[in-house]
Design a protein around this ligand. Sequence first.
Ligand code: PMP
Ligand code: GLU
Length: 389
Amino acid sequence: MKLAARVRQVSPSLTLVIAAKAKAMKAEGIDVCSFSAGEPDFDTPEHIKTAAKQALDAGKTKYGPAAGEPKLRAAIARKLRTDNNLDYSAANVIVTNGGKHSLFNLMLALIEAGEEVIIPAPYWLSYPEMVKLAGGKPVIVQTDAQSSYKITPEQLRQAITPQTRLFVLNSPSNPTGVVYTPEEIKALAEVVVEKDILVVSDEIYEKIIYDNTQQVSIGSLGAEIFQRSIISNGFAKAYSMTGWRLGYLAGAVELIEAVTTIQGHSTSNVCTFAQYGAIAALESSQDCVEQMRQAFAQRRQVMLERLNAIPGLTCAKPDGAFYLFVNISKTNLTSLEFCDALLESHQVATIPGIAFGADDHIRLSYATDMETIEKGMERLDKFVRKGQS
Ligand code: PMP
Ligand code: GLU
């Protein structure tokens, strides 16, 4: 069948493909250690599930407004004011089917054919594909370990052309775990304002940061950058709600209205009773978020120590998210060769860096239990040593 050019130029999501393969192998009884998808292993906290169950029992089973339940939009606006120092009201917020949906809708609402979107590499694999699906042109700016995988203000300035519309900032970052300092964010904000482009800040990992790391929302740094900022966030990572499909986008009212029109003709509202779980997530104690963060912090420590003890592999300490981005260049394998061989021979699932624009790396998610981490690191060690002997 002849498919539209739009979809022919887009590749499937490797994170989802590999995670599904690892799950299928497990279902067949194969003992797989999966470090593939970035999905917390915890169940959704009980009080969030209870709120959704109560909403279901109370008959919250009908169509709702396409932009989301008014109570949830108001709760999100409150959260953005309190946590992120962003002066948004409910009209600036739309509830979406996850952070992925927020960003996809944003590209559709904003990007004209041929307009450019600046994406620092390594990047979350869906950004360039979403830009292409919207008819835009992803402009990839390469960063490396020397620059701590961060785009510099000079790199951003140089990448901007008259066609540039949007800059995608993801801090904490997937796949590197890097968190930009407040000073670095400020310097990037100055370029955005000077060149009068827009920035979308994907803050889905904002709650998962370690040690004394500070998380700053770029839009909070003054009126001029606030007008040029859009926030994308969701409930998947902080509240372990990946399967609920709940996210949000915040920005100028015209933009939110445009995205509401798109949703009005595509998905309509997000599952009504699920939205009541999200209200409970935001309005109840945040202890559950902190407990999960502490567990991730411990796992990060153990996995990083094990990993850096493997000869030929190197990995910097990430400040946030739950990924290790590991340099495999000394193995002389491409990232696909490495990940394929590791999964086939030692049943360890990881994501090839090529999916994130860095073929000399692999990504491991440590959003999994300690037993899997111990066993998986032992297998990875054996695999790498075998290749060297
Ligand atoms: N942004 C980043 C950087 C991500 O890693 C993810 C992956 N879950 C998302 C957005 C989308 O998350 P979701 O659609 O599950 O809310
Ligand atoms: N974002 C997560 C990851 O990067 C989940 C998979 C996906 O949405 O692509 O692994």
